[in-house]
Design a protein around this ligand. Structure first.
Ligand code: HEM
Length: 372
């Protein structure tokens, strides 16, 4: 079947196989009423359970209600299968300033620091609540987000929204490695569902890490990264491979044969220089360069029209999940921001951090129940 289980120990949409399409939205909570917010979270959970099973958002459905009332589903997914839809929810640092939640805010849930080279747009960054909808059909992903926004009307408003096509990561060894808009295989050395021990150490928040409501959850970092593809396309193949640190065709690390070969840090070429330059992306992002840091990447390509200067506004909507951003995304991005040759070809334009609660266990449970 093409249905992904909604309930479980962890939220779906993190380590479950990455789908082809994304609709991500960050919301501001506009209500001051704590009970109203809880009601929205309960209604969202029930609607998400239905939609991920391929059903209408509401119990009555798009066309079976009384003609005098607006339907409880918007209808554009009628007749479409679940398409591996997953809906994943996270809470931003700003949510905890209100609703009596201050004491529940984990120390790791703090605005990300400013990194060298950041050109962030505040209007495209942050948010109180994140909804990540992934599916193999874009209509199914957009339908899911749209209906949750409709259900939350009057309590939440859209801060920013991002569509993505073409996953840029694999999250399971059963998936082929896709390519990003630089044309390189992306996700080769990602954290994968099969690495149970590594998921415990690097992906899921463990008891004792912080407030108990987040046990079994994960931290979500998003970065909208504009890729200057026109400049990239004028650089030579060798230069591109030197910047990434992998061969474009096979995806193998420089100096090795196979995509899944270990990165070779030590071999030197005839000129006495390391085969893998010290400024290569995969060297700087590698766990050995970052005190063992690992994260689960789950990003998507985007093309958002023109940049107004005759170029495509295109890039990578980077998504990474981790047990603690202070020992994963932050040190890795610091290392990349300082030295990565790729910086000449990318601009980080938006940034956000969310704490994603554990999975919903059944019909009486709802997203964030342990928090409220
Ligand atoms: C690896 C591309 C941004 C972290 C890779 C690989 C490519 C790539 C082609 C090699 C294949 C793989 O192992 O997945 C890009 C592009 C980016 C970008 C085009 C921006 C547009 C980032 C950012 C981070 C990051 C912002 C985190 C701060 C990593 C990590 C690896 C990796 C951890 C695996 C390193 C290893 O273990 O060998 N990236 N990346 N990347 N990237 Fe990026």
């Amino acid at each position: 079947t093409d249905e992904v289980a909604f309930t479980g120990e962890h939220q779906a949409g993190i380590v479950t196989p990455a789908q082809d399409r994304l609709h991500f939205v960050a919301l501001d909570v506009t209500t001051k009423d704590r009970d109203r917010l809880i009601k929205v979270l309960k209604d969202w959970t029930a609607a998400a359970a239905r939609m991920t099973a391929g059903r209408d958002a509401g119990e009555i459905g798009a066309v079976d209600g009384i003609p005098e009332a607006p339907p409880d589903d918007t209808g554009e997914a009628l007749g479409l299968p679940p398409s591996h839809l997953t809906i994943t929810v996270g809470f931003g640092p700003t949510l905890f300033d209100r609703f009596g939640l201050a004491a529940q805010r984990p120390a790791a849930l703090e605005e990300l620091p400013r990194f060298t080279g950041d050109t962030l747009d505040a209007a495209l960054s942050g948010g109180d609540i994140a909804i990540q909808a992934c599916a193999d059909d874009p209509q199914v992903a957009v339908h899911a987000v749209r209906n949750l926004i409709r259900i939350g009307m009057g309590a939440v408003s859209v801060r920013w929204s991002q569509l993505g096509f073409g996953r840029t990561s694999s999250t399971s060894t059963g998936q082929a490695t896709p390519r990003n808009l630089f044309g390189f295989k992306d996700g080769t050395r990602n954290l994968k569902a099969e690495e149970t021990g590594a998921l415990r150490d690097h992906l899921w928040v463990q008891p004792g890490d912080g407030p108990a409501w987040l046990d079994g959850g994960s931290y979500l970092v998003t970065r909208k990264i504009r890729m200057l593809i026109e400049t990239w396309d004028r650089s030579s193949l060798t230069e591109q491979e030197t910047i990434v640190g992998r061969y474009k065709g096979s995806g193998a690390p420089l100096g090795t044969e196979d995509e899944f070969d270990d990165v070779d840090f030590t071999s030197v070429g005839a000129d006495g220089q390391p085969l893998l330059p010290t400024t290569a992306h995969v060297r700087l992002a590698h766990p050995d360069t970052n005190s063992g840091a690992r994260m689960l990447r789950r990003g998507y390509n985007f093309v958002d029209g023109s940049d107004g200067l005759g170029r495509l506004n295109a890039g990578l909507f980077f998504i990474a999940y981790q047990r603690d951003p202070r020992t994963a995304f932050i040190p890795v991005q610091r290392s990349l921001a300082a030295q990565d040759e790729m910086n000449e070809y990318v601009r980080h334009v938006s940034s956000a951090l969310f704490a994603c609660p554990p999975g919903v266990t059944g019909p009486d449970d709802y997203w964030g129940r342990a928090l409220f």
